[in-house]
Design a protein around this ligand. Structure first.
Ligand code: NAP
Length: 502
């Protein structure tokens, strides 16, 4: 049994040793308990066993964090860019050194296979590396003045304290992607991670502390789901918070958008997707099958950029669906993510599990054909859903319209390029789309016509620190990664120097 009263450092849970497990909030460079005195249990979604406890904070704790962050802002903002980059590089080094520890925590709290958790750590490290370098390249401009008595200069200035609200599906990467850019720009942060996965964020805070970031520059306040709304509201309402960056569902993104209106905050919204994956007649079908295996079944389909609708040209439909069914049956192994043979973990919680089951039952009751899988896992206990392929999908099914967020792959038959593009665009979401084609003219035409922030051409996994990640329509706005990723964290200030000529 864990000694919860003592634990704020390395811990052994069951047979596993977690060197970075922390159970307190990280505020102002200190590990502190929530003012409510309450805690909540964090469980492993594979077996519901308790991994540890975390603080059940309230808006009062968030306000404390905002205050200390605000106090540290000027000092961090004034630090030369090179120094900020050096601090981020120290953090990068620690993330690399502790990559196994971080991956184990990710697998324990969100259930994804260990190899995927390691990939998430490496992906996070990529953003730290990028922004450690980018800190020095946040350039202003010198403009051509309209006459010789003036010089016109544009400065990029950090906006101040930023609040982060992050989801459980990539508990480390979604936070690092924001924090690395914000810190590089000179902002300071207050993060509130999801109830299901607070430990990855706290582990990052432990490494931030080790890296020697000044107290108050990076703060983490955890809470149960019951306090997610009140803490979100506190972050949005505070005049001391200059911006909010949120990754999560479109429904919650809309609430935050409204809440930020009162203080006219900067807002970055990375919201839900509804990606289509189109197979044109000239596609290399073997590559397309492998692409959809990664894009659909990574993290058991619990990814915002996961393929949601596979559209297959009628000329290759039967061949493609049979190849995909074989791949799903032979390549996917469900179970505990710590087992190296496993590449499909459980669904994160009961709500998500019921939602996925409901979507499949709804489709089957309305005439969908089960090509593979089709239900709750027959042998594994817990929230394991069989990797499933469905065909005969029609517009009246929930699966046609909703973000599935599970290992369910619906196949649609289409007859023309126009029809495929129309179906792909017939959604209010616009995060990512993918298509496979070897028709050069079609590649360029379709890439331009798809209404999404990102397009994968003959590729199913496209995200990288070097590229701008983000959506259009109700998938949000703002970009993370690339040089554009700092835009949410800087003001553009114009300075006019007058009276320069006698
Ligand atoms: P969610 O319910 O919107 O939760 C996201 C975060 O918001 C969690 O920390 C959650 O806390 C918190 N939250 C919930 N209600 C809130 C409120 N009223 N005010 C403030 N915070 C609140 O999303 P999810 O179901 O966990 O995550 C999956 C969604 O995220 C999917 O739609 C997916 O597409 C999207 N996503 C998007 C991206 C992207 O980059 N575009 C990346 C990953 C995921 P609790 O969990 O404690 O309730």
């Amino acid at each position: 049994m864990l000694n919860f009263a003592r634990c704020n450092g390395s811990q052994t849970v069951g047979r596993r040793y977690f060197s970075l497990l922390r159970d307190k909030n990280y505020i102002g460079g200190e590990w502190v308990a929530a003012s409510s005195g309450k805690t909540f249990q964090v469980t492993n979604p594979v077996n519901d066993k308790v991994i540890g406890i975390a603080q059940d904070s309230t808006p009062e704790d968030a306000e404390k964090a905002i205050k200390v962050a605000s106090g540290s802002f000027k000092m961090w903002a004034d630090l030369p860019a090179k120094e900020k980059g050096i601090k981020l590089k120290s953090l990068l080094k620690l993330v690399n050194t502790h990559s196994d520890d971080l991956a184990k925590l990710i697998t324990a709290e969100c259930g994804k296979p260990l190899a995927e958790a390691k990939a998430e750590v490496m992906y996070s490290a990529g953003y730290l590396e990028w922004y450690a370098e980018e800190a020095k390249r946040i350039y202003g401009e010198v403009l051509a003045p309209p006459n010789n008595t003036r010089e016109l200069v544009v400065l990029k200035e950090p906006i101040g304290v930023v609040g982060f609200i992050t989801p459980w599906n990539f508990p480390l990467a979604m936070l690092v992607r924001k924090a690395a850019a914000a810190l590089a720009a000179g902002c300071v942060c207050v993060a509130r991670p999801a109830e299901d996965t607070p430990f990855s964020a706290l582990a990052l805070a432990a490494l931030v502390e080790k890296a020697g970031f000044p107290a108050g520059t990076f703060n983490v306040v955890t809470s149960s789901r019951s306090q997610a709304g009140p803490i979100g509201q506190a972050l949005c309402a505070s005049p001391q918070v200059a911006g909010i960056s949120f990754t999560g569902s479109t429904a919650v993104g809309k609430i935050l958008y409204q809440q930020c209106a009162n203080t006219v905050k900067r807002l970055g919204l990375e919201l839900g997707g509804n990606a289509s994956y189109i197979i044109f007649p000239t596609a290399d079908l073997s590559r397309a099958v492998q692409g959809v295996m990664g894009s659909k079944f990574r993290n058991a389909g619990q990814a915002c950029v996961a393929t949601n609708r596979v559209l297959v040209h009628e000329s290759v439909f039967d061949k493609f669906s049979s190849m995909l069914a074989t791949a799903v049956k032979t390549q996917l192994v469900s179970g505990d993510g710590f087992d190296p043979a496993v590449n499909q973990g459980p669904l994160i919680n009961e709500q998500q599990f019921q939602k996925v089951d409901g979507i499949v039952k709804d489709a089957v009751s309305k005439g969908a054909r089960v090509v593979s899988g089709g239900g709750i896992h027959p042998t594994l206990k817990g929230r394991f859903y069989q990797p499933t392929v469905l065909s005969n999908i029609t517009e009246d099914m929930k699966i046609y319209n909703e973000e599935i967020f599970g290992p369910i792959c619906p196949l649609y038959k289409f007859y023309s390029e126009d029809e495929a593009v129309t179906i792909a665009n017939s959604t209010r979401r616009g995060l990512a789309n993918y298509f496979y084609s070897n028709d050069y003219a079609q590649v360029w035409r379709v890439a331009k016509r798809l209404e999404s922030g990102m397009v994968g051409v003959n590729e199913g996994l496209i995200s990288a620190a070097e590229a701008p990640f983000g959506g259009v329509k109700e998938s949000g706005f703002g970009r993370e990664g690339s040089r554009h990723g700092v835009d949410d964290y800087v003001h553009t200030k114009y300075v006019c120097f007058g009276g320069l000529q006698n």
